[in-house]
Write a protein that binds this ligand. Structure first.
Ligand SMILES: Nc1ncnc2c1ncn2[C@@H]1O[C@H](COP(=O)(O)OP(=O)(O)OP(=O)(O)O)[C@@H](O)[C@H]1O
Ligand SMILES: [Mg+2]
Length: 262
């Protein structure tokens, strides 16, 4: 029961922004999608979550064709954190997270649903903020509320587009641990878009790097995060070292203190 992307393409005007012939994500584990701005990461995630219709191709998740499967079934199978989270209505944190239970509760929360809501709010350290409205939160608090709402959906497949945006070091650390636990303790299949290649290399089992809408690199962290690999992706010559068995790109060493290129 994997995520299977087959011959998926999307164009705007005459520009092809996504062209993925074949990508299979086996169940379990954390796969990070990396790559430069505009590479097609969010487009791919949106197609997989049925937020966006591709021009060609199919995505199957756990055997469901996301374009044709019943919405309710998709909602119980896959949850998604979008890159830009805006809600028109004025919800509180708790209301948003309760909303995440909708595919299960149908609007009437059971005791078990309430339990999940509680756990999600605590997991993201939002207990003190739960009755505040989303527009009254800091950027990082709001981001955490949206992640909590995604996790409250308790789906087997979790797609997260830049979940660490706006999070401070401690909250980013908590969040990456939560994400890792989803895979390790709850057997979820997690796909996460990240810009920080070191965080990706440290926490993910597999890195899929997009560039110009195509899969440019794909493999375990030590095969993707190399000086050659990073040059392919970002056109930068970056030294790479190894810490705890994982590659670490020393991107901050590229420029001297006065900004001169080294
Ligand atoms: N509605 C749209 N109309 C025209 N072009 C679009 C539209 N949506 C996305 N694009 C283009 O598609 C390309 C891929 O966008 P996408 O959001 O998938 O990139 P990304 O890899 O997620 O980038 P980022 O790291 O900046 O989030 C971009 O160059 C973008 O300009
Ligand atoms: Mg994006």
């Amino acid at each position: 029961m994997s995520i299977e992307v087959r011959a998926v393409s999307k164009r705007y005007g005459d520009r092809v922004v996504l062209d993925v012939d074949e990508l299979t994500i086996e169940p379990g584990g954390v796969t990070a999608l990396i790559g430069p701005n505009g590479a097609g990461k969010s487009t791919l995630l949106s197609v997989a979550a049925r937020l966006l219709e591709p021009d060609t191709g199919t995505v199957r998740i756990a055997g469901l064709d996301v374009r044709s499967a019943p919405s309710a079934e998709i909602a119980r199978t896959v949850s998604v954190l979008r890159q830009d989270n805006r809600v028109a209505v004025r919800l509180t944190v708790r209301e948003l997270v309760e909303f995440g239970r909708f595919p299960h509760s149908g609007g009437k929360l059971s005791l078990a649903d309430r339990d999940v809501v509680e756990t999600s709010i605590e997991a993201f350290d939002l207990g003190d903020r739960q009755h505040q409205r989303l527009d009254e939160l800091s950027g990082g608090e709001r981001q955490r509320a949206f992640i909590a709402a995604v996790l409250a959906q308790s789906t087997d497949y979790v797609l997260l587009d830049e979940p660490l945006n706006n999070l401070d070091l401690q909250q980013a650390d908590r969040t990456t641990r939560q994400i890792r636990r989803l895979a390790d303790d709850f057997d979820k299949t997690v796909v996460i878009v990240l810009h920080d290649v070191n965080i990706a290399a440290h926490h993910a089992d597999r890195l899929v790097a997009l560039r110009d809408g195509r899969v440019a690199l794909d493999g375990p962290p030590d095969e993707v995060i190399t000086t050659d690999g990073l040059r392919v992706l970002y056109d930068l010559p970056l030294p790479v070292t190894v810490i705890d068995g994982r590659p670490v790109a020393l991107h901050f060493l590229r420029h001297g203190r006065n900004g001169a290129e080294s």
